[in-house]
Structure formats: structure tokens, C-alpha cells
Write a protein that binds this ligand. Structure first.
Ligand code: APR
Length: 390
């Protein structure tokens, strides 16, 4: 089998890259080691930046998003006694949308299987080969157990944090990895109850951070900061609701509860791997970087990466020019580091870790963002998303 771009991984990065390339007349094949059901059921982030929404619309993926996505014009920042709305359009002229990553993935998979390039689920033993030549390939075993080789011009490593692509780039380039593990995790729930708020609430509390998000007018998504060693079995639904109500308490406001349909604990870390390319193997999305979820940047960064990568690959394969592929890693990493800083900053401002001095600094910073237009605008610009190329 032969194609132009062999894409490893059918997460949002790989699927969107394939779609963007198809729109511009470049062929690809997507190889995914999990099943379609598994990929579609993964509950992940749910906040789309302006550029992400624009990008999805441009490649014909805006119909259900425009129908079911919830446009939000800001967030609330809270600390004891105060809940302050940051009005994004007023501060920076942009908005964000709530539309689950799993919905984005479902839309992309449906379009791909309908009239898009080949998408193969349940493959195994995926191995990129000869990526330092102009004719790389990907060896894999298909769902029927038959060994296959996909010949291609370029390999895209969009296989997430645990994928096979990054280790190849790091080993070949003697690349650098930066990592920060945070001393806390998020316990997240999905609940069948109408959100108790019109916009997302990010709440600082001495017991730890709490957040009220949503997936639809009838489904709420809520999080509390917990110690990373906590076991989910020790958190009954009642205990979770109590912690949420305490940490987000505000006179005159009540948290509505309902049946919990999903609950899990997510560790929080920052991770950046450089460079994002070796020869004809290009990394994008979680394969190259991880951010803690506090700034809602993970999915949006993946979309920005593949936007840059699609432009670079079209230029290489249709026009035989190498300037954009040569610039790809540096350009993508500039944005990655800006968002890594923002995610670290939001995380550091909102999570308590038992240090009273730090707690005072956090409260001082929160008061500043809630009282200074300049400080609020910086948060708004970063939260709603920077232009793809900085
Ligand atoms: N072969 C084939 N597929 C693989 C392999 C492999 N060896 N290893 C991993 N995969 C698949 C995974 O099963 C997954 O479907 O690659 C896909 C990677 O998808 P994601 O982990 O969702 O990563 P990405 O597409 O970069 O999405 C951006 O940013 O913050 C996050 O939550 C956000 O998951 C989102 C991510």
C-alpha cells in the first residue's frame, strides 16, 4: 500500500490532519491501534478556542458543533467571598465554545469513514521505518493479523503521549525533554444534572481548587483538586458533591447535584519534547507535549500543531518546497511554550498545596486579575487562544 502521508494515531490530531490534507488534495492513511468504540468513548477536554472552532468549520466539521456547541463569553474566577466574571469579548474580542473532544472525534471519524481517506482501527505493531530517507514507511499488523507495509512520503506521529513516534525522534536527534510533575491531581465527574452556572467557574479554596464546567444544557462536568495518591474508591458521590459545594460556596448560590455517570482521577503534568521532527517524521499533539488541564489548552494546541503541519506538508508535497517543513518544529514549539507557561500559571494560581506564603501570593494574583483590566486581558487573550502562528 502507498500513500503520501502515513498518520499514526486517530486522536483529534491525526484525524484533523488527515481531513485538512484531504481538503487540499493530499492523500493519507490513518492507523489506530484501538477500536472505534474505544476512541469515541474517551472522555477528555471540552473547551474549544476561537481558532479551533474556525478551523473545524473551514474543513466542513462545523455543522453539529454550531448546533450543539455552547458559545461562552467568559469564565468566573472565584476565591472565598468573591465570584468575578471575566468578559472575554469585552476584553479581547474572542469567545470560547464548549463541545466535548469526544464529539469532535466522533464527527471527524464519521466524516472520514463516509468519504474520507482510509482509517484503519485495531492495527498493532506499528513501526515507522527509514524516516531519515525520502521514502519512509510504516510497518504494522492489520486487524486481521496480516503484516502490512504502508509506503509514504512523510510520517505524522500523532500517537499521543504513549505512542511509538516520539522515542524515535528523541533518540535520533538527541532531543531534549522538559517535565514538571505537579503535587496534585483532578478528580473529575460527569453528572446528569443541568449546570448550576451559566459560565465555567474556576474556584480557589483553602481545601483545594474546584471547577464547574459543563458538556450540554443537561450534563455537568465538575472537578476537585485531590492528592495524586488518592484512590477513586475512597470518593463516594456524596463526598465529591460535598467537597464541590464547600469549595464553590457563595451566599445565594446553590450547587445542584445529580447522578454521576463517570468519575476518574487525572494526574497533572507539563511535558515538552523538542524537536518535533526528525527527517520525514513529524510529531504533533500529545505525542510532543502535555499541559495540565487548568488552561484548557491540550486539544487546542494539538489543533494548532496540525494546522501548521498541514500547511507545511502541502507546501512540501504539492510544491516541493521545504521551507515550511524546516520551520515547523520551531514555530510549533514557540506556541507550545507560550501555552505551557499559561497552563502552568493558571495551575499555580489556583491549586493549594499547604504552603501559606504561596496561598497569599495566589490570592493576591487572583485579586489582581479580578480588578485590573490589563491583567484580565492577558488571561482572556491566552484563554481564548492565540493566532496559530505567533
Ligand atoms: N499505533 C497506532 N495508534 C496509536 C499508537 C500506536 N503505536 N499509540 C497510540 N495510538 C493512538 C491512541 O490510541 C490515540 O487514539 O494515538 C491516538 C492519540 O490520540 P490522543 O492521545 O488523543 O492525542 P492527540 O490526538 O494528540 O490529541 C490531543 O490533547 O490534552 C490533550 O485531551 C487532549 O487528547 C487530546 C490531546
Amino acid at each position: 500500500v502507498r500513500t503520501q502521508v502515513g498518520i499514526i494515531g486517530a486522536g483529534p490530531a491525526g484525524l484533523l490532519l488527515s481531513r485538512m490534507l484531504a481538503v487540499q488534495g493530499i492523500e493519507s492513511v490513518v492507523l489506530e491501534n484501538r477500536s472505534r468504540d474505544y476512541v469515541e468513548a474517551r472522555i477528555r477536554a471540552g473547551i474549544l478556542e476561537q481558532h479551533t472552532v474556525n478551523t473545524l468549520r473551514e474543513v466542513g466539521m462545523g455543522a453539529r458543533l454550531d448546533r450543539e456547541g455552547l458559545e461562552h463569553d467568559g469564565i468566573y474566577l472565584q476565591y472565598p467571598g468573591t465570584r468575578h466574571k471575566l468578559d472575554f469579548p469585552e476584553l479581547c474580542g474572542r469567545n470560547v465554545w464548549i463541545y466535548g473532544q469526544s464529539e469532535v472525534v466522533k464527527d471527524l471519524i464519521a466524516a472520514q469513514l463516509d468519504d474520507g481517506p482510509p482509517l484503519l482501527f485495531e492495527v498493532s505493531d506499528v513501526q515507522p521505518r527509514d524516516v531519515d530517507t525520502d521514502s519512509p514507511s510504516i510497518a504494522f499488523t492489520d486487524a486481521d493479523g496480516v503484516a502490512q507495509v504502508l509506503e509514504c512520503d512523510v510520517v505524522a506521529g500523532t500517537d499521543g503521549f504513549h505512542g511509538v513516534s516520539r522515542p524515535i525522534v528523541t533518540a535520533a536527534t538527541q532531543g531534549t525533554v522538559w517535565e514538571r510533575t505537579y503535587p496534585f491531581a483532578w478528580l473529575g465527574i460527569l453528572a446528569d444534572v443541568a449546570p448550576s452556572t451559566d459560565d465555567l467557574i474556576y474556584a480557589w479554596h483553602p481545601d483545594g481548587f474546584a471547577m464547574h464546567s459543563m458538556r450540554s444544557p443537561s450534563v455537568s462536568r465538575l472537578y476537585i483538586q485531590v492528592d495524586p495518591t488518592e484512590k477513586i474508591e475512597d470518593w463516594s458521590d456524596d463526598r465529591i458533591w460535598e467537597a464541590l459545594a464547600t469549595r464553590m460556596a457563595l451566599p445565594g448560590w446553590e450547587l445542584q447535584t445529580g447522578p454521576v455517570t463517570e468519575k476518574s482521577i487525572l494526574p497533572m503534568r507539563s511535558f515538552v519534547s523538542s524537536p518535533m521532527r526528525h527527517g520525514r517524521l513529524f510529531l504533533a499533539g500529545d505525542a510532543a507535549h502535555i499541559v495540565p488541564p487548568t488552561g484548557a489548552k491540550g486539544l487546542n494546541l494539538a489543533v494548532a500543531d496540525v494546522t501548521l503541519l498541514a500547511q507545511a506538508l502541502v507546501r512540501l508535497l504539492a510544491e516541493k518546497e521545504t521551507d515550511l517543513v524546516d520551520a515547523y518544529s520551531d514555530k510549533a514549539l514557540a506556541r507550545v511554550w507560550r501555552c505551557t507557561h499559561f497552563s502552568w500559571w493558571m495551575t499555580s494560581m489556583l491549586h493549594t498545596h499547604g504552603d501559606d506564603f504561596d496561598a497569599q501570593l495566589q490570592l493576591s494574583q487572583l485579586q489582581r486579575v479580578c480588578s485590573s483590566e490589563a491583567a484580565a486581558r492577558e488571561l482572556a487573550e491566552m484563554y481564548t487562544g492565540l493566532p496559530v502562528a505567533l
